[in-house]
Design a protein around this ligand. Structure first.
Ligand SMILES: Nc1ncnc2c1ncn2[C@@H]1O[C@H](COP(=O)(O)OP(=O)(O)OP(=O)(O)O)[C@@H](O)[C@H]1O
Length: 295
């Protein structure tokens, strides 16, 4: 399948501050990609490079087979970046009509407003909208022209629960229609629910690219707890154990392979009490990976 996006050794700095150092990625049509990383990791910067708003300083970045920012590519891209546009005196209707008129053939913005349950806001001035309403209108603007590729930067910030549900329904509809979508969010459960693939940005490059299932397999640890009088030294060398702490008789171990550690505990099992095992959440995995703790 011909990739929609291909990045090779892309680097970008703001003056002396190096933000992206070695970005390599391939995105194929129909994928939903969750782009995640801590505040300041460079997610928005990468989206700006993909849109051609900022220029790649090193490496190669192709979108629809052309240099990022080409007019042909931009016509096939819809974007919802951070910071909504609220121009004085302009209504939702004006804004959508203007955007739709730039498309050939002219885009049916009224049908779009209805499908997003925004028709009641059509006559409202942008400056009179709430933060969540403005975000929904910005999403509508991103969909004008029925783009094949969407960049959504923290799209649900400020949306209420109903608006979020409508938003995710639309995303599922767009996915079913074969659209390619890159979404950034700090709400990992959202990304987990929708993304085919996640890309974790840290220190200027991707430290993980793959499905959630692969991430769990690769990084998910378990925590094993028990009560024991044995010293921690009896546990540190057990199979797959990465950390051991003890307070009084309460012992906690992190393991990267729960089955292997439990098996290794068998010879001393009579000296262990109230053994419990629990999985770390995806949020925990994210914290491990972004804080540099070996997961
Ligand atoms: N126009 C700019 N001039 C100088 N530095 C900038 C500019 N825009 C962003 N930066 C810096 O680049 C780094 C990456 O910012 P960016 O907005 O791409 O991160 P992000 O991953 O999108 O963060 P967040 O999750 O907070 O939205 C940050 O350290 C930020 O301060």
């Amino acid at each position: 399948m011909t990739p929609l996006i291909e990045a090779t050794k892309v680097a970008f700095s703001y003056g002396q501050q190096s933000v992206l150092t070695d970005i390599n990625m391939t995105i194929v049509p129909g994928e939903i990609v969750g782009l995640i990383g801590e505040n300041g990791a460079g997610k928005t910067t990468l989206l700006n490079l993909l849109l051609g708003i900022k220029r790649v300083q090193q490496g190669h970045l192709k979108v629809f087979g052309q240099v990022a920012g080409s007019l042909a590519a931009r016509l096939k891209i819809g974007s919802m970046l951070q910071g909504d546009m609220a121009i004085q005196g302009v209504t939702v209707r004006d804004m959508l009509m203007l955007a739709a008129a730039q498309r050939l053939p002219e885009f049916d913005w009224q049908a779009l407003l209805t499908s997003l349950e925004l028709q009641d806001l059509a006559q409202q001035r942008l400056t009179a909208l709430s933060g969540g309403q403005l975000r929904r209108v910005t999403f509508a603007l991103a969909l004008v022209g029925d783009p094949d590729l969407l960049f959504l930067d923290e799209p649900t910030v400020g949306m209420d629960t109903n608006a979020q549900q409508t938003f995710w329904q639309q995303i599922r509809r767009l996915k079913a229609a074969g659209k390619t979508i890159i979404i950034t969010s700090h709400y990992l459960p959202e990304i987990e629910a929708i993304a085919d693939r996640i890309m974790l940005l840290k220190d200027g490059h991707f430290v993980f690219q793959g499905s959630f299932a692969a991430l769990q397999k690769q990084y998910q640890q378990v925590e094993i707890r028990c009560q024991t009088a044995l010293p921690t030294s009896r546990f540190t060398n057990l199979a797959a154990v990465t950390a051991v702490t003890k307070q009084g008789d309460e012992l906690r171990m992190s393991s990267e392979n729960g089955d292997a550690t439990l098996q290794a505990m068998m010879p001393i099992i009579s000296e262990l009490h109230q053994v419990s095992i629990s999985r770390e959440s995806l949020t925990d995995i994210f914290v491990h990976l972004t804080k540099g703790v070996s997961a």
